[in-house]
Structures are given as C-alpha cells and as structure tokens.
Design a protein around this ligand. Structure first.
Ligand SMILES: O=c1ccn([C@@H]2O[C@H](COP(=O)(O)OP(=O)(O)O[C@H]3O[C@H](CO)[C@@H](O)[C@H](O)[C@H]3O)[C@@H](O)[C@H]2O)c(=O)[nH]1
Ligand SMILES: O=C(O)[C@H](O)COP(=O)(O)O
Length: 324
C-alpha cells in the first residue's frame, strides 16, 4: 500500500452516502433553498427499460424534480413512445439546435438537452438501468444542498451482478481497464473518484453551460477533467447510492468506447500543453482510427477500421447567446 495522497483528503471531504439521508429531507431542503432540478435521460434503443427509469423519477417525492426530459438518440424501437407514455417529455436530439448536425451520440444529446431544460441543477440518468433506485436521483442532490461550492456530483455504486458476472467479478470494464489508470497517471487528483464514467451525475447549469461537451461516450471523462481544470477539486463531489444494474455492452463496443475516451485524454493533454501531438504522433495529429477484427462468412478474419475520433461542442452558453 502506498502512503495517503491528496486525493484521499478530497475523498474524505467530498464523499457522501445516500443512506445517511432521506428523500423527504432532500425535498424539504430543496424547497427551502429554491433550487430547481431537471432530470435528463439520454436513450437510444432502450425500449426494454426506459419506462421503468422514467417511472422511477416520477415516483420521487413531490418537489424533488421540476422537469423530466428524455433525449431520444434516434431509437429504432419503441423507446420514445414508452418514455412519453410513462410521463416524460421526449425530444429527438436532432430536432434541437438543428443547425449543428449530425448529432453525435450520447455527449451530443446531453449537450443539446441544456437548450431545452431550465433547472439550476441538471441530473443525467442512463436509460438502461434494471430496477433503478430513486437514490440515483435524489442522492445526487445532497451535496448541492450541503455545499454551495459543489458544481458537479458523480454517483457511485456497487456495479455487478445484472446479466453478467458476479459481484466479485464486478462490472465497469472500461472504467477499470482504462479510465481509472488514465486518471491515476495524468490527473492523480481525480484518482479518488470512484466511478468516473458513471452515467448518473448532476451539474449546476452555471457550470455545464460554460463547459465544452465531447461527443459520444467521451462526454463523462471530458466533463470530469474539465470541471477539475475549470473549478478545482472542491467543485466535485460523489455520492454512494447503493447498487446499480445495467445492460452490459459486448467487448468490441466497449473497446470503441475506450478508444473514444483515450482520444479525449489525448485532446486534453495536448490542450494543456502536456503532450505535443506534432512529435508524439506520426502525422502530427491524434489518430482517429481503431482497427478491430471480425470473421466473415468463410470463417476468415478480416479487419474493420472504425473512426473513434471525438468532436467538442462549444459551451452551450456561447451557442445560445449567438442565437439570442
Ligand atoms: O448514441 C447513443 C448511445 C447511448 N445513449 C444512451 O446513453 C446511456 C449510456 O449508454 P450505455 O451504452 O448504457 O453506456 P455504458 O456501456 O453503460 O457506459 C458507461 O460509460 C459511458 C462512457 O463514459 C457512459 O456514457 C455511460 O453512462 C456509462 O454507463 C444509455 O441510456 C443509452 O441509451 C444515447 O443516448 N445515444
Ligand atoms: O463503466 C464502464 O466501464 C462501462 O459501463 C462498462 O461496464 P460493464 O463492464 O459493467 O459493462
């Protein structure tokens, strides 16, 4: 074991437990503080689970949530219809800020959601959760109500069981094999964030509107390191919300997700002047391609090249100002 690090002190100060609180207490304190809260659920082909996630939010005590939006990322199944039937306002991501096309995955959907919501705190919740616990929403509000300095709150949880593996095997393959090692290497102050890729997190609008958003699955890693750079460690907090069970993507899909996150890390290290792409990469630019392998119908292995490059959407405040 290594000696204690600075991130341990942050962990001790900024780690909360939903168990120590109650949703009615949160509702009362939120009313007192006059904070308003929007919940945004990004969803693409999540017909199997979206209604349960929307219903979980709708089941929260009165006054916890002021607005509930599902961002439909072009689902080909009944996601949008089921979300609406369960009580959410549904937006198709491409219909928002339509001049910024195409809409590039989850990060783009979250970025666009800021243009159609108004809560002072925006809570993001994934749509692929099984038996979602309402603490995933109300628990995230606890640090905002306790500490005015807090601007971004990540959920953490036991992640396991579900439809793959045991609690011991655990989940979070991209987290454990890429995101956590990267943070420890390059952003050691963020090493104490238990679930850096958690899709359940909340930010103050005043922060989120000032940050760029990476497209696709780069959004969480980007928001985490950017919040740290923009506002420092005291702006971050995390909450233990119990257990979370989600749909597990196949390994090749997660490999592309990991490549996207590696891109985000390279972009930020380059922007901070900590690496020099002109000397580090052959063409002087961060390569955008990931080669994977598939078997064809003759049982031959062939390579497939995927573009895993990310784009950054500008801070939405700039975009909305230019439209005003
Ligand atoms: O183009 C897309 C792809 C996904 N989603 C939704 O985004 C959420 C998370 O996607 P998922 O495929 O379940 O991600 P995970 O494999 O669980 O990946 C983890 O790691 C990602 C990278 O940080 C995070 O975005 C996720 O929230 C986090 O759960 C789900 O509601 C999806 O329906 C979209 O809205 N649009
Ligand atoms: O956070 C992660 O690493 C991804 O969501 C993958 O999680 P899984 O290994 O539990 O599917």
């Amino acid at each position: 074991m290594s000696p204690a690090r600075g991130s341990d002190e942050w962990f001790a100060r900024r780690t909360y437990r939903a168990l120590d609180h109650h949703p009615y207490e949160v509702a009362a304190r939120k009313m007192e503080s006059e904070l308003t809260v929007s919940v945004v659920i990004p969803a693409r082909n999540e017909a199997a689970t979206i209604a349960d996630v929307v219903s979980m939010v709708a089941s929260l005590p009165e006054h916890v949530v002021d607005e509930l939006v599902v961002m439909d990322g072009g689902s080909e199944d009944a996601t949008a219809e089921r979300a609406a039937a369960a009580g959410a306002r549904v937006h198709r991501d491409t219909a928002i800020l339509a001049e910024h096309q195409p809409s590039l995955g989850k990060g783009d959907a979250l970025w666009r959601s800021l243009a159609v919501t108004s809560g002072q705190v925006v809570v993001f919740v994934d749509a692929d959760l099984h038996k979602p616990d309402p603490a995933l929403v109300w628990g995230l509000l606890v640090p905002f109500l306790a500490e005015p300095e807090v601007q971004l709150v990540k959920a953490f949880y036991e992640r396991s069981v579900g439809d793959r593996g045991s609690a011991e095997e655990g989940g979070g393959r991209v987290t454990e094999l890429l995101a956590r090692p990267l943070l420890n290497l390059f952003w050691p102050e963020l090493a104490a964030v238990v679930q850096p890729l958690a899709g359940e997190y909340a930010g103050r609008r005043s922060l989120l509107e000032q940050l760029p958003f990476f497209t696709g699955y780069g959004v969480e890693f980007g928001l985490l390191v950017d919040t740290f750079a923009h506002a420092g460690p005291e702006a971050l907090a995390q909450v233990d919300v119990g257990e979370r069970i989600h749909h597990h993507q196949p390994l090749p899909d997660l490999s592309r997700m990991a490549a996207t996150i590696a891109q985000v890390a390279m972009h930020r290290l380059a922007a901070e002047g900590r690496i020099d792409p002109t000397t580090l990469f052959r063409d002087g630019e961060i390569p955008r391609s990931l080669t994977q392998f598939v078997r064809d119908s003759d049982d031959r292995v062939e390579s497939v090249h995927h573009d895993v490059g990310v784009r950054e959407r500008p801070p939405i405040a700039q975009v909305l100002d230019s439209l005003a």
